[in-house]
Ligand binder design. Sequence first.
Ligand SMILES: [Zn+2]
Length: 583
Amino acid sequence: MRFSDEFLAEIKNRNDITDVISSYVDLRTRGPRSVGLCPFHNEKSPSFTVFADTQSYYCFGCGSGGDVITFTKNIESLDYAEAVKLLADKVGLPLPVDGYDDTMAKMRRRLLDANREAARFFHNNLFTPDGKVGLDYFLNRGLTMETVRRFGLGFAPDKWDALIRHLKSKGYSESEILAADLARKSKNGHTIDTYRNRAMFPIIDVRGSVIAFGGRVLDDSKPKYVNTSDTLIYKKSHGVFGLNLAKNGTSKTLILCEGYMDVIAYHQAGFTNAIAGLGTAFTADMAKLIAKYADEVILSYDNDEAGQKAASRAIGIISKTPLRIRVALLSGGKDSDEILRKYGKEKMQQIINSAVSDVEYGLMKAKKGYNLQNADDKVAYLNSAVDELAKVNNPIHWDVYASKLAAELGVSKEAIVLQIQKKSTQRVKRETNERFSKAATFDDSALKKVNPERQSNLTAAKSEELLISSLLKNPDFYFKIKDKLTDEDFATQLNLRIYKLIAQRLDAGSPVDITYFSQDLTDEEMGYLVRLEAMRENLGNTVGECLDCIKRIKAEKAEREKKNPAQMTDSEWAQQFRRSDNQ
Ligand SMILES: [Zn+2]
């Protein structure tokens, strides 16, 4: 079902794109053009641009773009109709009765309900003879019944289809159960429970919905964890465990752990601000999600080498957000769960209180393995310390830590600061180069993907793009050029499709605005369209310019046809000459 032009225009008028985007993205410069860090790809300097005059956005780094609806759709992971609904709700606009296709929303609702039912099933199972082994596992790990209930922990029976049968009895279809990844197809084509004989940890989002599960083996067999794959309602790169509980606290500090059991142990001990990233690696999306709820993150990663490596990786990712970072130096056990069980809450509170800043942590790592009595070691330590400090974009930090290093090593502070400055300049230069080369290639590959015919017909394609851009800016030109161009003249199907969408609207006397195209174009195509729209600054804005484009487009078409006489029919071949006569 489609929304009417009037309704979409109303949505757009009432939801100013700069306002909407600035509630998700920190937009640096306001006015006709605002820029910020792109929420759709990882970047250190802003290439995400919001155009207030056309109410659109475009990222010069990754090529994503569109209108306020496209943005909402992507940032909230919604489908088109849901995004429209959300924006309508925001401004109190009632939805047209027949104008809302809710198929996807219904499906999502079903999957959420199925997950909730599955969580209930796993939990209740703990109190049956079959599930006692699961309950014993949790209790043996020191959890109280209250904690088991609070986290909704459960046990998946050691059967092939226990959950499938249960969900079917509640009215869920096999395809729904598969879509929620609660069951999977076996190698022989049977549909079997995804989780069997595992301790179950439901993943609950900040709205309180069960969106996924983590299942852990009770012994040492492999794989240790089975986790929900991406579904309609869950992206594992976004999953944060415990945030539903941690977000309710008053503290703007969150403790970031490695695993479910660490989080649960922390909460049981009264540290209700503990969370963990899901899956094997901490991601930028997780960092962004956390930054919505906190100012500071204290990393509480395992004491072993793997844990410390993971911590360094996470620091690199989190440092791209505004979050302050500290690192808890765990001692007395390999992880927080063990330390809490062995020494209790007070010891852990001490560890948390004395957590060091990310800079100090970097310096401590730099120092590891060096004997400072030895002159060579001293130089090597100084070099890696300077490397660490050069990663920090903060001259105050440089000054403070250079003083410390100078005192520790008996070297002049000025010399150390100078070294840091030099390395920092080199680093910034290197990163800028990398970014530009990446942006150039990425943008190019994004273009190639969305308009595959573009590259091999560059002259024609660029003329088509200039023409479209000019028509978006000057719709009245269309009536002066429309008879001079046919569908066959176009070299690329995407440009033809966009041109026809514009033409249809103008022929019907409707206004042209990218919002009206967002129902007919994919997200990638919307990005492409906004890119064309953003070209308007380079336009001459004359009918003559449009006619020149058409001339080019036609000349290129003639070229293309000349090149492939073998592929032409006789009449096409003959037509070729007739047309040249006319010109
Ligand atoms: Zn981007």
